[in-house]
Design a protein around this ligand. Structure first.
Ligand code: AMP
Length: 206
């Protein structure tokens, strides 16, 4: 199964992606996670993209497409993949169609008005990669799953969140129409509990 998970920043993509990958045994490919890992390890790629990511803008298309192309060529992607955070614009979507086109595209719909709160209240675990919301975990400092100290992602500050949402509306939202025209788009109501969203996804994927 070759899947894309579309949705605004803060729509719950990462959480659902982890669950989908576990259930359907797919590699979870998050370009954001790959970039963050490179920044953490101070690789040449990480040094190149750090300032861009901190500002909430998109990393260069050519670099991002090459990264995904290499990743999808790995043996664990032979039976499919779940892409989370890629493609982010029409150039990336068209490129993906030339080397490893998706079969289904899940579009996680959420009320954009609530997104700012979702993102600014997000706490992320640098060790296991899960994220949580302060509405659910309160002011606990440690990851409920693995115990590591939680962090606030640098790009989850209010100014950067505004920029990310603007980039989403301008560049990423047009992908909905792109995949709708290809007959691959499946809309999912993202404004329900985590379990509710996942149940809807399982229902459509079978
Ligand atoms: P995410 O974790 O998906 O919200 O991504 C965090 C940041 O990583 C984005 O705001 C971009 O700066 C960068 N990024 C992630 N995926 C892409 C992509 N497909 N194209 C360009 N930049 C990306």
């Amino acid at each position: 199964m070759k899947l894309i998970l579309l949705g605004a920043p803060g729509s719950g993509k990462g959480t659902q992606a982890a669950r989908i990958c576990e259930k359907y045994n797919l590699p979870h490919i998050s370009t954001g996670d790959i970039f963050r890992e490179n920044i953490k390890n101070q690789t040449p790629l990480g040094l190149k993209v750090k300032a861009i990511m901190d500002s909430g803008n998109l990393c260069p298309d050519e670099l991002t497409v090459d990264l995904v192309k290499d990743r999808l060529a790995q043996p664990d992607c032979a039976n499919g993949y779940l892409l989370d955070g890629f493609p982010r614009n029409l150039v990336q979507a068209a490129a993906l169609d030339t080397f490893n086109a998706p079969e289904k595209v899940l579009d996680l719909n959420v009320d954009l008005a609530g997104i700012e709160r979702r993102l600014t209240g997000r706490r992320s675990c640098p060790a296991c990669g899960n994220s949580f919301h302060i509405d659910f975990i309160g002011d606990t400092k440690n990851c409920p799953d693995c115990g590591a100290e939680l962090i606030i992602r640098k790009d989850d500050n209010p100014e950067t969140v505004k920029e990310r949402l603007s980039v989403y509306s301008k560049s990423t939202a047009p992908l909905v129409e792109y995949y709708e025209k290809q007959g691959k788009l499946i809309a999912i109501n993202g404004d329900q509990s985590i379990d509710g969203v996942f149940a809807e996804i399982v229902k459509v994927l079978g």
